[in-house]
Write a protein that binds this ligand. Structure first.
Ligand code: TYD
Length: 130
């Protein structure tokens, strides 16, 4: 279920750089970027699916774990490398947990924030995927 996208690290003796480009190494056109950081100990967030939104998650610093659930299978993906992205398409229930203190989770999305695109009730989510 987990769709991992590996990014090329452009490195030299000064350090590393990663470039993200619409429809090149990002599988959609980015309309919104947000990032989650300073997450408190033990916090679990997410708990929703999207009707249409596509997102790509990159843990650019630290680590966290993403639970993916397509209504049949569940998978837990650890993100701990800035050169690794996790694609989450529509109709995937997801939760985020085990954030390290220094975690910065960068999210690229193919649309603006729209609360009507969210399904925040797990039983409603299960009904949508039948
Ligand atoms: P929320 O959906 O609870 O975050 P998560 O799914 O990561 O647990 O969002 C927290 C608040 O931030 C909520 O009031 C909606 C708002 N928000 C925006 O205004 N824009 C955004 O792009 C996102 C992702 C959330």
């Amino acid at each position: 279920m987990a769709e991992i996208v590996d990014f090329k690290i452009i490195g030299d003796d000064r350090g590393s750089l990663i470039s993200l480009e619409n429809l090149n190494n990002i599988p959609f056109e980015v309309k919104r970027v947000y990032y989650i950081f300073d997450t408190k100990e033990g916090v679990r967030r997410g708990f929703h699916s999207h009707k249409n939104l596509k997102q790509l998650l990159v843990c650019v610093k630290g680590s966290c774990v993403i639970l993916l659930d397509d209504g049949i299978n569940r998978e837990n993906v650890t993100l701990c490398e800035p050169n690794r992205g996790l694609f989450i398409g529509a109709n995937i229930w997801h939760e985020m947990y085990n954030f390290s203190n220094d975690c910065v989770l960068l999210v690229l999305a193919d649309d603006f924030y729209d609360e009507t695109d969210y399904i925040r009730d797990y039983n409603k989510f299960l009904k949508t995927i039948i």
